[in-house]
Design a protein around this ligand. Structure first.
Ligand code: NAD
Length: 308
């Protein structure tokens, strides 16, 4: 194993982001935008090519939303290097932020492989939305350096980082990640114990499942359900707009797991609906231009949507 041990007071300088999909690309870009050197790791070069397109698109979004200059965007892109070889990708990194699919077997196998090649001091942080770090820690060679660092979709503006350890996480590592979250422009939200779905999703997921339940049980259509939320809660986006942003791959993984766990007939209908309408058709949400709505100009952003 390569010798590289991060002193707990030394700032995190080099990060590997594993998985360059919806959230991984955003996390990698945000870290690089904040001056951190980033290795973007994914399973093959085709994925890394897709990641480069995501990074270019994020550059345009950061310019529009944050007023980032062309120089800032270029410097950000220059700090990100793609690599599809796990051993060389993780070499010299202080922190791995894992954003691979929400599937326990895929994650466990990833942590086993990662442990075999990562420097001894590298911290492993998962961005998993529903799994807790004690489910991964035992598959690593460093359980005391394993925890969760959970971001929200559109990290540059929805800038929270939920930090959650397991009972064996070293408090110094936890504190280091709180500091790191600040450094990359997030508001750190430390949790005192393991909670599947953390703070935000403990509140948000039941609302989204309820919206999907109303749809598949034919109580109302997508637009009507979204309007109920948007108008009454003075929100710029409703549950189906949120689901498009999350991406249907993650939505399917979460709803299928829920249906398997509960056996509830509405949950089963939701998982089937998501599969047939989005997974099978490839319309997996905002990232591909089509989900419940069509992008880049979804109808719910039109001011007339909430007055009609
Ligand atoms: P995604 O499907 O968009 O991307 C997953 C990426 O992981 C893909 O690029 C895929 O090629 C890659 N991948 C698959 N297996 C891999 C492996 N073994 N090693 C490295 N890369 C691998 O998924 P996503 O929506 O970005 O979600 C990723 C994680 O982030 C999940 O745990 C999810 O719960 C969490 N998350 C997602 C959101 C969201 O809004 N999408 C928000 C917070 C957290």
């Amino acid at each position: 194993m390569p010798i590289h041990s991060l002193n707990d007071n030394q700032p995190i300088a080099r990060v590997m982001v594993a998985g360059t999909g919806v959230l991984g690309a955003q996390i990698a870009f945000q870290c690089a935008f904040s001056g951190i050197d980033v290795v973007a790791y994914d399973v093959d070069t085709a994925c890394l090519d897709r990641a480069n397109a995501r990074f270019d698109a994020l550059g345009r979004v950061y310019a529009a939303d944050l007023g980032a200059s062309r120089e800032q965007i270029e410097a950000t892109l220059a700090r990100i290097e793609g690599n599809a070889d796990l051993g060389s990708a993780v070499a010299g990194t202080d922190l791995v932020i894992e954003a691979i699919p929400e599937d326990l077997e895929i994650k466990q196998s990833f942590y086993r492989s990662l442990s075999a090649v990562a420097p001894a001091g590298t911290i492993f942080a998962s961005n998993s939305s529903t799994l807790v770090p004690s489910q991964f820690a035992m598959f690593t060679d460093r359980p005391e350096r394993v925890l969760s660092l959970h971001f929200a979709h559109e990290v540059w503006k929805n800038n929270i980082a939920e930090i959650m350890g397991h009972p064996g996480t070293d408090p110094a590592v936890f504190a280091q990640l709180v500091q790191f979250a600040h450094r990359i422009g997030m508001v750190p939200l430390p949790l005192r114990k393991e909670q599947p779905s953390y703070l935000l999703n403990s509140m948000l997921v039941p609302m989204l499942i309820a919206a999907l339940g109303l749809l598949v049980n034919e109580v109302a259509d997508v637009q009507t359900i979204d309007k109920a939320w948007m108008i009454a809660k003075a929100d710029r986006i409703g549950p189906f707009g949120i689901l498009d942003g999350i991406g249907m791959t993650t939505v399917y993984n979460v709803t299928r797991a829920l249906a398997e766990r509960t056996g509830d007939s509405t949950h089963r209908r939701i998982a089937e609906y998501v599969k047939t309408h989005f997974i099978d058709t490839g319309y997996i949400g905002e990232a591909v231009g089509r989900g419940f709505y069509r992008y880049p100009d979804p109808e719910f952003l039109d001011p007339a949507f909430v007055t009609a």
